[in-house]
Design a protein around this ligand. Structure first.
Ligand code: 13P
Length: 254
C-alpha cells in the first residue's frame, strides 16, 4: 500500500490469555507472520504474560506492548506498574487512555496526559486512544469530543514526542460490538484528528504521526479501512485473540 507512514497493527488482548495460552498464540503468530516485514506488528498481552511473551518474540519482528501503566515512576501505589518495570521486558509500546479504562477506571484526559509524559521519559511509545460514544456521535458531537481528548491528552508533548506517539481512533460504539465504522467515517475522523495535530504542533509532525483505527476490525473489513489515506494501521481487540484472524487482518492490508 502506497503510504509514507509505516502501518502499525497492534493486538490488544485485554484481560485474556494465561501465560500458556499467550505463548501458544505468539507461537502461531510467529509462523503466520514470519515473512511480513513492511509493517510494525505489536502484541499487548496482560501484564502477567509480558515476561514470557517477551522471550518468545525475541527471534521475530513482533514487538511488545503493554495495556496501561502508572503515571508515577515508583512508590506507594499499590497494584500499579511503572514504565521502568515494563522496560525490563523490552516493552516498546503502551496503550494509554483506552475507552474501557476511561469508563471503568474513570481515567481522565489530564491523567492520560501525565501517563503519556511518563511513557516518553522511559522511551516507551504510547498508543493513545480517543473516540466518541454513540450518544455523542448521534448528537453531532464527534469532532468536539475528539478535540477535547486530543487537546487534553497531547498538548503537553514536544514535537519529537508527538511524532513518537500513535493515536488510536476507537469509536466507543464500534468496540466489541461487531459494528465497524465505515471506511468513510473512519477517514473523516482520522483526517480531523490529523488536522488537530497540525493546529497543536505543525504540518510535518501531523504528516508523520500514525493514526490507527480500532473497533471491530476483522479480516473482511481491514483492507478497505487501511486503504483510506489517513488510516495508518489498526488496534485490534477480539480478532487479535486468534493468530489466524490477526495475521489475516495484517496480510489483507498490505
Ligand atoms: P474490538 O476489536 O474487539 O472491537 O476491540 C477494539 C479495541 O478496543 C482495541 O483496543
Amino acid at each position: 500500500m502506497d503510504k509514507d507512514r509505516k502501518l502499525i497493527f497492534a493486538g490488544n488482548w485485554k484481560m485474556n490469555k494465561t501465560v500458556a495460552e499467550a505463548l501458544d498464540l505468539v507461537h502461531d503468530l510467529k509462523l503466520d507472520l514470519a515473512n511480513v516485514r513492511e509493517v510494525d506488528i505489536v502484541v499487548c498481552p496482560p501484564f502477567t504474560a509480558l515476561a514470557e511473551v517477551s522471550k518468545s518474540i525475541l527471534d521475530s519482528s513482533i514487538r511488545l506492548g503493554a495495556q496501561d501503566m502508572s503515571e508515577h515512576n515508583f512508590g506507594a501505589y499499590t497494584g500499579e506498574i511503572a514504565a521502568g518495570m515494563l522496560k525490563e521486558f523490552s516493552t516498546r509500546y503502551v496503550i494509554l487512555g483506552h475507552s474501557e479504562r476511561r469508563q471503568y477506571q474513570k481515567e481522565t484526559d489530564a491523567l492520560i496526559a501525565q501517563k503519556l509524559l511518563a511513557a516518553h521519559s522511559a522511551s516507551l511509545k504510547p498508543i493513545v486512544c480517543v473516540g466518541e460514544t454513540l450518544a455523542e456521535r448521534e448528537a453531532g458531537g464527534t469532532n468536539s469530543v475528539l478535540e477535547t481528548q486530543v487537546n487534553g491528552c497531547l498538548a503537553g508533548l514536544s514535537k519529537e514526542q508527538m511524532e513518537e506517539t500513535i493515536i488510536a481512533y476507537e469509536p466507543v460504539w464500534a468496540i466489541g460490538t461487531g459494528k465497524t465504522a465505515t471506511a468513510a467515517q473512519a477517514q473523516e475522523a482520522h483526517a480531523y484528528l490529523r488536522g488537530l495535530v497540525v493546529e497543536l504542533f505543525d504540518e510535518t509532525v501531523a504528516r508523520r504521526v500514525r493514526i490507527q483505527y480500532g473497533g471491530s476490525v476483522k479480516p473482511s473489513n481491514a483492507r478497505e479501512l487501511m486503504s483510506q489515506p489517513d488510516v495508518d494501521g489498526a488496534l485490534v481487540g477480539g480478532a487479535s485473540l486468534e493468530a489466524r484472524s490477526f495475521a489475516d487482518i495484517i496480510k489483507n492490508s498490505i
